[in-house]
Design a binder for this molecule. Structure first.
Ligand code: ZN
Length: 481
């Protein structure tokens, strides 16, 4: 990727169900990273792709269950994802929908490229098909004869399908990873990824149209449709000009991609094989967030009934508070339970009592003392150096996509400010001395606000205005536990 350009794309969620809090986590993490880089590089140098994956068996079945035609069905769910983004201030540059005609054409261009390179062939195939995964599982993958992810016995199926020569890319991809040791974040996922790659076999990439009429036709063979994941994965390239605008594509490629732990194989192995086959450079980076678990620490599931809805959480606490908890209360790359008690405690201690309190104290005292603030040139050098050290650390966490750690550091900086004000007692000092202290603090606050701005896009603007205009405001009213 061009150093001046930053391209990030989330995984496109399937539109067969409502978004849950795990999707919300990925979207707000991605948005936060993007906001940091927009601040750093300028809006025009950052591209943020999100969207929806709208084909495949699961969606076909679900639409039938709901008694809806396919197009209105996917429209309805895609709209929900857009509503979510609006509600949570996920500010994308592009909303990609795989049911768009343009996507159909360009996914076929991608297919043709792999075909020209000799990587697609037709063969009779019998295998164990998991509807949940939308793919055939190998014997190695089954646990007690069941899909390890869906705990269901796969169906035995025979079809004549197109296959993708994924096995050809085992060695090249392993070699590439030798030089790209930090490709996956967290790094401990690298062993898992290498295992996926070293076990890659050729895979079926089409289905008979008579079995699945909803999707993208295989070029020059109307009896076959592309597998949903083959079509969907190409969006990451098409979103920045693949197949339409080579210059644009070159400018933006390759992406930082975000995904959940169950997507490592698709994005880290299969998609990288597809890229190699199409003669394109590999992705730049893969950020694999953790799983958001139920209150009791187990996987959220419809069956157990412990799914948390981001829409309900927003109703209850507001988008900024939910964002704050997802980003700074849940480790960026580890599995963690979503606990509303923690949400309330984290918010109260970090925002209400720490940052919000400091902001109010400084504005209140500055007004009481009629002290000048917000003058960077007269900030005391020792104080400035301390703040700048924090800022450097905060930024390097963001650079490294460590949102949770950045949040922790910002909280420490605000805490440093509160301790400083308590120690210096500007209320007991004559105006010139009080002014020096408060001006120092305004410098610190400016950087606390800047640090939080990717995480709290709305509150940070309000805080910044309050500090500028010296208007007292209760930005973070305390929440009752
Ligand atoms: Zn499965």
């Amino acid at each position: 990727m061009n150093k001046q350009k930053f391209y990030l794309t989330t995984t496109l969620p399937y539109v067969n169900a409502e978004l849950h809090i795990g999707h919300a986590l990925e979207f707000v993490q991605a948005d936060t990273i993007v906001r940091y880089f927009r601040n750093k590089l300028g809006k025009e140098n950052v591209f943020f792709n999100v969207g929806t994956d709208e084909h495949g068996q699961k969606i076909y079945n679900k639409a039938q269950e709901e008694g809806l035609e396919l197009k209105p069905f996917v429209d309805k769910y895609a709209q929900r994802v857009m509503d979510f983004c609006k509600l949570f201030n996920v500010e994308y540059d592009n909303f990609y929908r795989t049911s768009d005609t343009k996507h159909h054409e360009l996914a076929q261009v991608f297919w043709n490229k792999c075909n020209e390179n000799g990587d697609i062939y037709k063969k009779q195939y019998s295998g164990q098909y998991c509807v949940g995964c939308e793919r055939y599982l190998t014997d190695k993958e089954l646990v007690d004869g069941k899909c390890p992810d869906h705990h269901t016995v796969p169906e035995l199926k025979t079809e004549e399908n197109y296959f993708f020569r994924l096995s050809k890319y085992r060695e090249p991809l392993l070699k590439w990873l030798e030089e790209k040791k930090a490709f996956v974040k967290p790094v401990y996922k690298m062993d898992e990824l290498k295992k996926f790659i070293s076990e890659m076999e050729d895979i079926s990439i089409s289905r008979l149209r008579e079995n699945l009429p909803w999707g993208i036709e295989v070029p020059n063979d109307p009896t076959q449709m592309m597998y949903v994941w083959f079509d969907a994965l190409t969006n990451y390239a098409i979103a920045v000009g693949y197949g339409t605008d080579e210059e644009r594509f070159k400018q933006w490629w390759g992406p930082v991609q975000t995904c959940g732990p169950d997507n490592l194989r698709f994005q880290g192995a299969i998609w990288q094989g597809m890229l190699a086959s199409a003669g394109l450079p590999q992705s730049e980076k893969l950020l694999v967030h953790g799983m958001v678990l139920g209150l009791d620490g187990t996987k959220m599931s419809k069956l157990v009934g412990n799914i948390v809805s981001p829409f309900e959480q927003e109703q209850k606490y507001g988008a900024e508070v939910v964002r704050f908890y997802l980003l700074t209360g849940i480790p960026t790359y580890d599995d963690a339970a979503y606990k509303e008690d923690d949400l309330v405690n984290e918010y109260n201690s970090r925002l209400a009592n720490n940052f919000g309190n400091l902001l109010n104290r400084v504005i209140h005292l500055a007004n009481a003392k009629e002290a000048e603030m917000n003058n960077e040139a007269t900030v005391e050098s020792e104080f400035k150096a301390t703040v700048d050290t924090y800022v450097k650390e905060i930024n390097s966490f963001y650079e490294d996509y460590e949102i949770y750690l950045a949040g922790e550091k910002i909280d420490q900086l605000a805490d440093y400010g509160n301790k400083y004000i308590t120690k210096e007692e500007p209320w007991s000092k004559e105006k010139p001395e009080a002014e020096k202290i408060l001006n120092n603090l305004s410098y610190l606050l400016k950087h606390v606000i800047a640090g939080y701005s990717p995480i709290l896009p709305v509150s940070s603007v309000k805080a910044s205005e309050a500090l500028e205009k010296r208007e007292k405001l209760i930005l973070f009213p305390k929440l009752e536990a």
